[in-house]
Design a protein around this ligand. Structure first.
Ligand SMILES: NC(=O)c1ccc[n+]([C@@H]2O[C@H](COP(=O)([O-])OP(=O)(O)OC[C@H]3O[C@@H](n4cnc5c(N)ncnc54)[C@H](OP(=O)(O)O)[C@@H]3O)[C@@H](O)[C@H]2O)c1
Length: 239
């Protein structure tokens, strides 16, 4: 059994999968979760075939029961939690004037409520690890849209701005328990989520592995070094 364990939501592709791979390569037992079971199994198999310790648990982050079951399944399998990566998220484009309520609700549920509830469910385990190692970590994947609201992505931008504030509040609550909290605020990352982008080639985007390396960085800094957020931007992007 691994000495350290991590839980990554939205881990079946893109940023979550790259972070999960890096953590597993560094010796963490990783619970990999996402909504679609077949896609999740395939992603997990790619990691286990490489000899990595990964446990796949499907869960929809818009469902409280699913989040609770995921937290329980992780704890049952690994018995501890050192790193939580709240990565699952969706973005639905469109003008506010034309927006359907259900699309607003879905983004609020997955991008904000899911992060809050997932964190709530595992904070006791993170505090326990933090008291032991002084180095437990929550990474919340926000977006550069959470720093500078993007037109045609209003709901998405608002949820991601809320994730930055949520991260700051969490850090205040957890600072004395050895748990650090960092919000990641990336611009375009080369994942399926940016397939709609025209005029910027995938190789010109931030790579998912860049964010995975940033998680590694956060895990080797001294416990006194709190990093509230990291912005990842491309050359020429607004800063
Ligand atoms: N790519 C970018 O440019 C960019 C920039 C800034 C921030 N982000 C953020 O980065 C995070 C990861 O996105 P990505 O770019 O890596 O996209 P991605 O490759 O599409 O990955 C999204 C992941 O989230 C999962 N997911 C979506 N809805 C879910 C739900 N309701 N419950 C559980 N899992 C769910 C997906 O699984 P299923 O396919 O099974 O739904 C998938 O594993 C998101 O929070 C996104 O907002 C991305």
């Amino acid at each position: 059994m691994a000495d350290r364990a991590a839980l990554v939501t939205g881990g079946s592709s893109g940023i979550g999968l790259a972070i999960a791979r890096a953590l597993a390569e560094d010796g963490y037992g990783v619970t990999l979760s996402a909504r679609t079971p077949d896609k999740l199994e395939e992603a997990a198999k790619g990691l286990t075939d490489a000899g990595l310790d990964v446990h796949a648990v499907p869960a929809n982050m818009s469902e409280e029961d699913g989040i609770k079951s995921l937290a329980a399944a992780h704890q049952k399998h690994y018995g501890r939690l050192d790193v939580l990566v709240n990565n699952a998220g969706i973005g639905i484009g469109g003008e506010i004037a034309e927006a359907e309520t259900k699309k607003l609700d879905l983004q609020l549920e997955v991008n904000l409520r899911g992060v809050y509830l997932m964190s709530r469910e595992v904070i006791p385990a993170l505090k326990e690890a933090g008291r032991e190692t002084n180095k437990a970590l929550i990474v919340n994947i926000s977006s550069i849209a959470g720093k500078y609201g993007q037109p045609w992505l209003a709901a998405y931008s608002a949820t991601k701005a809320a994730v930055v504030a949520l991260s700051q509040a969490m850090q205040g609550e957890l600072a004395n328990d050895g748990v650090q909290v960092t919000a990641f605020c990336p611009g375009f990352v080369a994942t399926a989520m940016t397939d709609w982008v025209e005029g910027v080639a995938k190789e010109e985007m931030i790579q998912p592995e860049d964010l995975a390396e940033a998680v590694r960085f956060l895990l080797v800094t001294s416990p006194a070094c709190i990093v509230p957020e990291i912005q990842f931007v491309r050359p020429g992007d607004r800063m």
